[in-house]
Design a protein around this ligand. Structure first.
Ligand code: B16
Ligand code: MG
Length: 217
């Protein structure tokens, strides 16, 4: 039984949250309404289907199943046009320092993302081969805050949930880690992520001493 680390993707390793926001906002605007950056917080870590349901509710709009699926596909196409432009420079500051430490010390780590585009993105930023396991939106049936995505990751890393440390930028993701009895580390706004065991604005604030402390716990 060993310690292991699990990383969310969007908002933790890369700032694709900004691309999701742009693409969802375009969809809303095309349907004749808008939503705020504050509302967008509620979309973070949430699956594609659930995100569109929430947005339509905000705009008080209903779509046929066919139109719903068409809009979702359009949004993804638009989102992928941003992803297409990504490269290693998109890896958020401080992330590689932590990943390199884990690699050097043979500490296993996994990706635990709600995104169905996670593998594409990891390849674009050249991190695909670094992870010991990848669990994404194509592997799960229950969305965050359900802990399923992280529990599968723990299993793939051959360890117990209690030994796992999860890095998350979303409220739903922090709750998922807590629901899975894992240590939760919020990356982002202290006020938004107050349910996390530890909170940092970004990875530059995370010292290697902190990682070592987690490993001793
Ligand atoms: P996709 P994460 C999540 O990724 C995003 O935070 C969320 O905004 C997005 O709707 C969801 O992935 C699904 O993404 O449309 O690419 O399948 O933060 O869990 O890595
Ligand atoms: Mg995220």
């Amino acid at each position: 039984n060993h310690k292991a680390f699990i990383f969310d993707l969007d908002g933790v390793i890369v700032d694709t949250a900004k691309f999701h926001f742009l693409a969802w906002r375009k969809l809303a605007n095309d349907l004749g309404f808008d939503f705020t950056e504050e509302q967008n917080e509620q979309l973070k870590g949430v699956s594609r289907v659930e995100s569109l349901k929430k947005i339509l509710k905000w705009g008080d709009r209903q779509l046929s199943e066919e139109e719903f699926n068409r809009q979702m596909a359009l949004k993804n196409e638009n989102y992928l046009s941003y992803v297409e432009e990504m490269d290693q420079k998109e890896i958020l500051p401080g992330v590689e320092k932590v990943l390199n430490y884990l690699i050097e010390h043979n500490i296993p780590f996994a990706l635990g993302s709600a995104s169905k585009n996670a593998r594409t993105i990891l390849k674009k930023i050249d991190l695909y081969d670094k992870f010991d396991a990848i669990v994404d939106g194509t592997d799960v049936s229950k969305a965050k805050p359900d802990p399923e995505v992280f529990l599968i990751a723990a299993e793939k890393l051959n360890t117990e949930p209690q030994n796992c440390v999860v890095f998350e930028d979303s409220v739903a993701g922090v709750q998922a880690a807590n629901n899975g009895e894992m240590t939760s580390i919020g990356i982002g706004n202290k006020k938004v992520l107050d349910e996390a065991d530890y909170i940092f604005a970004d990875f530059r604030e995370i010292e290697i001493e902190f990682i070592e402390k987690l490993l001793r716990n």
